[in-house]
Design a binder for this molecule. Structure first.
Ligand SMILES: NC(=O)c1ccc[n+]([C@@H]2O[C@H](COP(=O)([O-])OP(=O)(O)OC[C@H]3O[C@@H](n4cnc5c(N)ncnc54)[C@H](O)[C@@H]3O)[C@@H](O)[C@H]2O)c1
Length: 344
């Protein structure tokens, strides 16, 4: 049996899913695509034999030639398409975030429950990564006893100027929040947002880096460090072990705008200092960690012999590509307030 898949949103990750569906997976074909940028969608559909261009997401969802839907448009548009997919009784793979507000997520949950069957999967691909799975098995076996504290780091070389602090929480940290719930088998009961000294590489509206502290129902604490303009590479746990600064070539405490040293945001990322590991132009896209794709090669950082963190092939220097990396979506207007978010 062949599953006919329709793809909504054919930007960076949408095209990556199409590549996987057409070149890696068996039993599926891409039967349709759509995008608000119809010219882009046309370019994409032209390369997929037998695929049809749909003018709107609704048209695609309601097509008889579409059995399952991949939603890879911007986060703020997900709710509408997920709800339409559930209403049509079709399987939906929705890129993270499921939606950008708690209320929208609850509307989706309610709709799926009312539909009476599981139809929606969210693109939390870390759950399929070998390193994370090994960590999960270790924890579940009790090899290290009860986990008390979990450190999670999420770092990107750069993000576009349009990224907001809320966007970093909703679009970037959402991976770490999911990982925390999954690894620790416990729910989040309280969240605190802490704002460290701001990186001079961050756009003026962006609090970067930021730290989220999650209090889990079982008493464990999680700290999530999101630093999305580290300029010199990407690190995500497991295996992440790096200093964090606003400028790769200077010590963190001297690289921040608050103490006068202000490296240009547009400067070419400098080579890492000896011993700091991450090669320049280390791809920030963990594409290989999606289900069904070839396993990621292992970390070559060199700073820790036991490091098992994933790495990916060299990335393009094109700004347009840098803009599309995970966690750099521009969904969600406005910033989250400084200081504690308080209990839910
Ligand atoms: N799981 C992951 O690791 C991962 C990685 C990257 C991106 N993402 C998620 O995937 C989504 C897309 O990210 P991206 O980097 O590909 O962004 P992108 O900007 O490269 O592509 C998004 C595409 O969606 C289109 N679009 C926007 N609104 C639309 C609408 N209402 N209907 C149809 N198309 C619409 C845009 O025109 C664009 O072509 C985001 O939610 C992002 O968080 C997840």
């Amino acid at each position: 049996m062949t599953v006919n898949v329709g793809v909504i949103g054919v930007g960076m990750i949408g095209q990556d899913h199409i590549r996987r569906l057409t070149q890696v997976l068996s039993g599926a074909r891409v039967s349709g695509v759509t995008d608000v940028d119809l010219a882009r969608a046309q370019t994409v559909v032209d390369k997929i034999p037998g695929a049809q261009l749909y003018e709107t997401g609704q048209d695609l969802i309601n097509s008889d030639d579409v059995d399952a839907i991949v939603i890879a448009s911007w986060g703020g548009t997900h709710e509408e398409y997920v709800l339409a997919g559930i209403a049509a009784g079709k399987q939906v793979f929705c890129e993270k975030p499921l939606a950008t507000t708690k209320e929208a997520c609850e509307r989706i949950l309610d709709a799926e429950v009312a539909a009476g069957r599981r139809l929606v999967m969210v693109g939390f691909m870390r759950r399929y990564d070998d390193g994370y799975r090994a960590m999960k098995e270790t924890l579940d076996r009790g090899d290290i006893g009860a986990p008390l504290v979990f450190h999670s780091a999420h770092r990107n070389p750069a993000v576009p100027d349009s990224v907001t602090t809320e966007g970093v929480v909703v679009d970037t940290c959402v991976h770490d929040i999911d990982t925390s719930r999954w690894l620790l088998s416990s729910e989040v009961v309280a969240v605190q947002l802490l704002n460290p000294r701001r990186s001079s590489l961050a756009a003026s509206q962006l609090q970067d880096p930021l730290i989220l502290v999650l209090e889990m129902a079982n008493g464990a604490l999680v700290d999530i460090e999101a630093a999305v303009n580290i300029a010199y590479g990407r690190v995500s746990t497991p295996g992440g072990c790096r200093r964090i600064g606003g400028n790769a070539s200077s010590a963190p405490t001297t690289s921040n705008s608050r103490n006068g040293s202000t490296p240009s945001r547009t400067a070419t990322p400098p080579a890492p200092a000896p011993g700091t590991g991450t090669p320049p132009r280390w791809s920030p896209t963990p594409a290989s960690r999606h289900p069904g794709q070839v396993r990621a090669p292992r970390c070559r950082c060199g700073s820790n012999p036991s490091c098992t963190g994933p790495t990916t092939p060299p990335w393009s220097t094109a700004r347009s590509e840098q803009r599309n990396h995970d966690g750099e979506n521009r969904a969600g207007p406005g910033d989250v307030p400084r200081g504690p978010l308080g209990r839910r």
